[in-house]
Design a protein around this ligand. Structure first.
Ligand SMILES: Cc1cc2nc3c(=O)[nH]c(=O)nc-3n(C[C@H](O)[C@H](O)[C@H](O)COP(=O)(O)OP(=O)(O)OC[C@H]3O[C@@H](n4cnc5c(N)ncnc54)[C@H](O)[C@@H]3O)c2cc1C
Ligand SMILES: *[C@@H]1O[C@H](CO)[C@@H](O)[C@H](O)[C@H]1NC(C)=O
Ligand SMILES: *[C@@H]1O[C@H](CO)[C@@H](O)[C@H](O)[C@H]1NC(C)=O
Ligand SMILES: *[C@@H]1O[C@H](CO)[C@@H](O)[C@H](O)[C@H]1NC(C)=O
Ligand SMILES: *[C@@H]1O[C@H](CO)[C@@H](O)[C@H](O)[C@H]1NC(C)=O
Ligand SMILES: *[C@@H]1O[C@H](CO)[C@@H](O)[C@H](O)[C@H]1NC(C)=O
Ligand SMILES: *[C@@H]1O[C@H](CO)[C@@H](O)[C@H](O)[C@H]1NC(C)=O
Ligand SMILES: *[C@@H]1O[C@H](CO)[C@@H](O)[C@H](O)[C@H]1NC(C)=O
Ligand SMILES: *[C@@H]1O[C@H](CO)[C@@H](O)[C@H](O)[C@H]1NC(C)=O
Ligand SMILES: *[C@@H]1O[C@H](CO)[C@@H](O)[C@H](O)[C@H]1NC(C)=O
Ligand SMILES: *[C@@H]1O[C@H](CO)[C@@H](O)[C@H](O)[C@H]1NC(C)=O
Length: 580
């Protein structure tokens, strides 16, 4: 099923760049010395210099071979029709990309550099993929790689799973620090003035399913996203991180006890609420790949719990009017506060004539409690005679429920935008009705698919002593992370640019207008081309984050589209990264 929630992004760049450059006062032609050294430049290391660097990291340097080179007549690998067909089939599986040191899931940002769906005679170049990656195992590799990139003025990027929707884990002419193979896991009792209890420490490469399984085996549960393969310590938790536990305990960044990191200047640090607390604050919600390279994260672990879960689907079929369909959608919206305040999280999709919640996930709830919570919506369906299918089940552990009720998510291609809908949009009849009208206009008769996650991430918070971290404050007040998008066009980059134009200039504003002053969004899953990205993704935290970034990364080696401080840089037409 097409899930808008996982729509991808890259875009507008080329078309918008000159406009943005103008409005933001950016230079159009920074001199080459203001740029990172590019592969075609004199300053680029020779083969012998790369080989010497490789020796300093025990042979862990990988020269990128784009995984789709088997689909093209190129110099990387021979064309192989059979293997190419298999790759096309597997393209939307996350493991196709995260097992590679270079491939990314946000297709727009791969820029058709070496695309399995283009003609065999079409280009297969390194393009926006990293040139080299270091298959890192520990702090020595982190330090040596960042030092080399700094000394040689080479673009640097941390790459973990390659999930990022904004292309923040790749870069033209970049050297990647690949953290995927750092899989250590430890459990222990933790005690600090902020927390006493079980804790779990994870290496940078530990993925959600590995974390949940290891915790399960200890009778514990930790926060981990809906997607099984995100790196917990990576961009996921560093960017905030929502999960099925979010309405019970808050976002994933709220769970962090310690970060172990190496800074751009090579310093090894442990950041906690009381040590290196500014770095702790920034890493916990202020975005991945910006402040330092993370070796591990230590998070709170909770006793395992029972889960009640449900799903519900209805459509506009014969005898169902658009009006009665949307009347139930409005009931659902007004039903949300009760559901999330009870600790549940709901993933749902709305498209033209189609509505599906899959699942409502209620940790620590019983099936009968969940039935009561959903009753207003079921009653409305019943009363309006709309046929629906529903399913309720209880599970003895978190992992059982996660495996049974969390449908496997392929990496759906798409171009998307998203907002955090404030709670007040559903707490009054008038506002819920206005929101419903906007949703109706957005999807009816269009190919726009919407979806997202309803939650209450303030519920687990002690209001008198809020967790000190840099999560966008808008999250605390949000009832729903709302994404909307259009399918990625595999044959035409300009067609995708047009879609992004629609998202940025037409669909986005129609939703944003519901809140005076505009809505906020999630920095991991928003519109990478939002012109107001500083406010939208970081709110009032931006200036403090920038100050921390400048202290820990004085040479600005960390860069990513919409990352804090990224407006000091610009990606040129050819992919070269230059100061503005
Ligand atoms: C299919 C899919 C499902 C998703 N589901 C959810 C979800 O349920 N909940 C949710 O909150 N989000 C979800 N996301 C968004 C996800 O949180 C982001 O894509 C996130 O950036 C992934 O982090 P990563 O480290 O795995 O990915 P990467 O693409 O490898 O990295 C993302 C960013 O983090 C940086 N980074 C990674 N590792 C490190 C490190 N060790 N040190 C410093 N910087 C690092 C990278 O440089 C990059 O900027 C989903 C995304 C996809 C594609
Ligand atoms: C751009 O190039 C022109 C012509 O070389 C030069 O006069 C101008 O100063 C440059 N601008 C910047 C910002 O580098
Ligand atoms: C780095 O060295 C290892 C071991 O000698 C070798 O296998 C690998 O190919 C080298 N990497 C590059 C990019 O040359
Ligand atoms: C990366 O290193 C790990 C060990 O840490 C090894 O198992 C794996 O094969 C290496 N991957 C590549 C592509 O070199
Ligand atoms: C789940 O419920 C139990 C029993 O009421 C409670 O002790 C526990 O703290 C709850 N778990 C969470 C994570 O809230
Ligand atoms: C739906 O309506 C029928 C008939 O009025 C009733 O028997 C049934 O319990 C209702 N179901 C729900 C879920 O409200
Ligand atoms: C609801 O969950 C059940 C059990 O996992 C599954 O069989 C069914 O396909 C799901 N339905 C929807 C619409 O997701
Ligand atoms: C830790 O505790 C201190 C003192 O109670 C408090 O000020 C701070 O906000 C807490 N930090 C976190 C991350 O919870
Ligand atoms: C992709 O874009 C091209 C050019 O606009 C168009 O002809 C084609 O139909 C689009 N493909 C899809 C699947 O929409
Ligand atoms: C309706 O939404 C507006 C704009 O977000 C808000 O100012 C107002 O308080 C809301 N009304 C109610 C009753 O929640
Ligand atoms: C993206 O692809 C276009 C068309 O091949 C090319 O002109 C452009 O330089 C590429 N952009 C980057 C950043 O590599």
């Amino acid at each position: 099923m097409f899930k808008p929630y996982f729509l991808q992004a890259f875009v507008l760049f080329i078309i918008l760049r000159s406009t943005l450059a103008h409005t933001l006062g950016r230079s159009q032609n920074g001199s080459v010395s203001d740029c990172r050294c590019f592969p075609v430049d004199q300053c680029w290391p020779t083969a012998a210099e790369w080989a010497a660097f490789n020796e300093t990291i025990d042979g862990k340097l990988i020269a990128t071979v784009p995984i789709a080179s088997i689909c093209h007549h190129d110099s990387f690998a021979p064309y192989d029709a059979g293997k190419c067909e298999q790759l096309q089939e597997d393209w939307l599986l996350p493991q196709t990309h995260y097992t590679s040191s270079s491939s990314i899931m946000g297709q727009f940002f791969a820029n058709m550099s070496c695309d399995p769906f283009t003609d065999p005679s079409a280009q297969c170049v390194l393009g926006t993929y990293v040139q080299y990656a270091v298959n890192a195992t520990g702090q020595g590799d982190f330090r040596t790689t960042m030092a080399f990139a700094t000394d040689r003025n080479i673009r640097f990027v941390v790459r973990n799973t390659g999930h990022d929707y904004f292309g923040k884990s790749t870069g033209s002419g970049a050297l990647g620090l690949w953290t995927h193979n750092m899989k250590d896991i430890e459990f222990f009792e933790y005690s600090s003035c902020n927390y006493t209890g079980k804790a779990m420490k994870m290496g940078a490469g530990v993925q959600v399913m590995e974390a949940l399984t290891a915790a399960h085996n200890q009778g514990l549960v930790v926060a981990g996203g809906q997607c099984q393969s995100l790196a917990v310590a990576g961009g996921y938790t560093q960017g905030g991180g929502h999960s099925f536990m979010a309405s019970l305990i808050g976002l994933s960044a709220d769970q962090v006890l310690e970060w172990e990191a190496v800074t751009a200047t090579g310093e090894y640090l442990v950041a906690t609420p009381s040590d290196n607390e500014d770095l702790y604050w920034a890493l916990s919600g202020g975005g991945g790949g910006t402040y330092a390279a993370v070796l591990s994260v230590t998070v709170k672990a909770y006793p395992d719990l029972e889960v009640a879960a449900a799903n519900l689907t209805f459509t506009i079929s014969e005898g169902v009017s658009t009006e009665s369909f949307f009347a139930v959608v409005q009931t659902w919206l007004q039903n949300l506060p009760a559901i999330v305040d009870a600790g549940a999280v709901a993933l749902w999709t709305l498209a033209d004539g189609y509505f599906s919640v899959s699942p409502v996930f209620g940790p620590n709830l019983t099936v009968s409690e969940l039935q009561v919570l959903l009753q207003p919506t079921l009653t409305a369906l019943n009363q309006s005679g709309i046929p629906y299918s529903s399913y309720f089940a209880g599970y003895p552990t978190f992992l059982d429920a996660y495996n049974a009720m969390n449908p496997f998510e392929p990496v759906t291609d798409g171009n998307m935008g998203a907002y955090l809908l404030p709670r007040e949009l559903v707490t009054s009849e008038t506002n819920a009705s206005a929101l419903t009208d906007v949703l109706n206009k957005l999807v009816t008769g269009t190919s726009v698919v919407t979806g997202g996650v309803s939650l209450n991430v303030a519920r687990g918070q002690d209001i008198t002593q809020p967790v000190a971290n840099s999560i966008n404050p808008a999250w605390r007040d949000a009832i729903h992370y709302f994404a909307f998008g259009l399918p990625y066009n595999r044959t035409s980059l300009p067609a995708n640019v047009e879609e992004w134009n629609l998202i940025t200039n037409v669909y986005g504003p129609s939703i944003d207008a519901l809140v005076p002053g505009g809505m906020s969004s999630y920095l991991n899953e928003g519109n990478p081309f939002d012109p107001d990205w500083k406010r939208v993704f970081y709110g009032d935290n931006y200036n403090r984050l920038l100050d921390i970034k400048e202290r820990y990364d004085p040479n600005s080696i960390f860069y990513g589209l919409t990352c804090v401080g990224s407006d000091g840089w610009e990606v040129q037409e050819d992919g070269r990264l230059c100061r503005v």
